[in-house]
Design a protein around this ligand. Sequence first.
Ligand code: PA5
Length: 449
Amino acid sequence: MSNIQFDYSKALGFIDEQEVLSLQDTINTNYKAIYDKTGKGNDFLGWVDLPSKTDTSLLKQIEQTANSLRAKSEVCVVIGIGGSYLGARAVIEALSPAFNLLKKKKGNPVILYAGHNISEDYLTQLLQVLNEKDYSIVVISKSGTTTEPALAFRLLRRHLEEKYGEKEAATRIVAITDKARGALKQLATEKGYQTYVVPDDVGGRYSVLTPVGLLPIAIAGFDINKLIAGAQQMESFVKEDYSIGKNPVSAYAAVRNVLYNNGKSVEIMVNYEPNLYFFTEWWKQLYGESEGKENKGIFPAGVSNTTDLHSMGQYIQEGVRNLFETVVSVKNPDNTLLVPEDADNLDKLNYLAGKRINEVNKMAELGTTIAHVDGGVPNLRISIPEISESVLGELIYFYEMACAVSGYLLDVNPFDQPGVEAYKRNMFALLGKPGFESETEAIKKRLNQ
Ligand code: PA5
C-alpha cells in the first residue's frame, strides 16, 4: 500500500496519454537495470534496498548517540553540504514547529547548520551564538575533503576545544564519513571521535536514510524507526507492480519525461506548507544533480505558496511556456484553526467565518492549479495524507526511485555529478592550492586578458 497518490489528469490537455503509456516497456527495462544493477552508475545503487536492509541495531546505536548529544546540547551544529546536508534539513524542518521559540524545549536541541556556504558573516554570527550555548557538532562529509564543510569544521572544532577542552570536545563531535578514506576519517581516528559510515555504494544525494540523515534527525527528536518504516513500505510497494496505471513512481517518471520531450524543460515543485521548503531544496538537488548533464535534463525549481503567488505567480501564469508544476499537497495539517467572526467585518472576511484556515489554503491551491493550467502550465499532483516521519520516509523513497527511473529515461547516469568539479578547480587555482600550479597560472592569464 502507498500513502502517496499521483494525479496527472491536469497535464493531459498538453500531452497525449498514449505517449505516456508507451513508455511502459522502457520503464520496465529501467527498473530491471536498477534492481539487477546493470545500468549506468550501477556501483551507486546501495539506496535501492537500504530501507529493508537497515538493521534495527544501527537505528538503536544512532538513537543512543543522539540521546547522549541531546542530553548535553542546547544546540547541535550539523556541518555538511549538498547531499551531506539537505536530506537531514528537509526532514527536520518538515517535522519541526515553524518557530524557533517553540523548538527550544529542554533536552531538544535546536539544530543549526554550517559548511553549506563560505560566508564570513554567517560563520562569525554562528560562533557568536555558540559562545552562549552548550553545543555539539555532527560533521558529515562522504569524501572527507569538501572545502566548505572542512573550513566550517576547522573553525568550530577550534571553538569547541577552546570552550570545553580537547577531551570533552571530542565527546561532543560525531563524524559521518567514508569507512576508511579521507581527511575527516583520519582526523576522527586521531582524535577519537565517534564515527558513522556513509556506505560506499550510496551517493550523497541518496544518503538521507543512512546515518547522514538519520543521526541529525534523531538528535532533533524525531522517530527514525518510523522514517525507515515508511521508506520500507514504499520500497516494497514499488516492486509489486511497475504499471504506469498503478505505480505512482512509474507514472511520475513517465509523465515528466513526456512533458520534457514536449518542450516543458522546467519543473516547479510547489508546496502550500512552509515546512516543506527544505524538502523542495532536497528534491532540487536530487533531480538537478542526477539529470542535468550531457546538455539534457529538466531544470528543477521550487515555490512556496501562497507566498510565492505574490512574487513568482506572475511569471508562472504568463511567462515563457516551458514550465510544468508538481504540487505536493498535504491533506491534513496537524492543527485546527478556524476563521473568527468579526462584528465590524471591515475586512469583509465574515463569509469565511467558521471555516478552517486549511480550507482557505486548499481553495487557493485548487484555484491556482486551474489558473495555471488555463495559462498553459501542466499540473501534476502528489498527495500525501500528512507530514509525519513515516509519510516522509515514503516520499523520500518515492522521489529517489522516480529520479533513477527518470535518469535512465533520459539515458544519463543519475548517480554521478562530474559538473560539480568545474567550480572547485577554478576556486583551488585562484586560491593557489598546492598541486594546482598550472591551473593557477592559466586562470590568472585569463583574468588578465
Ligand atoms: O550528491 C552528492 O554527491 C554531492 O552533493 C555531495 O553530497 C556534496 O558535494 C558533499 O560531498 P561530501 O559529502 O563528500 O562532502
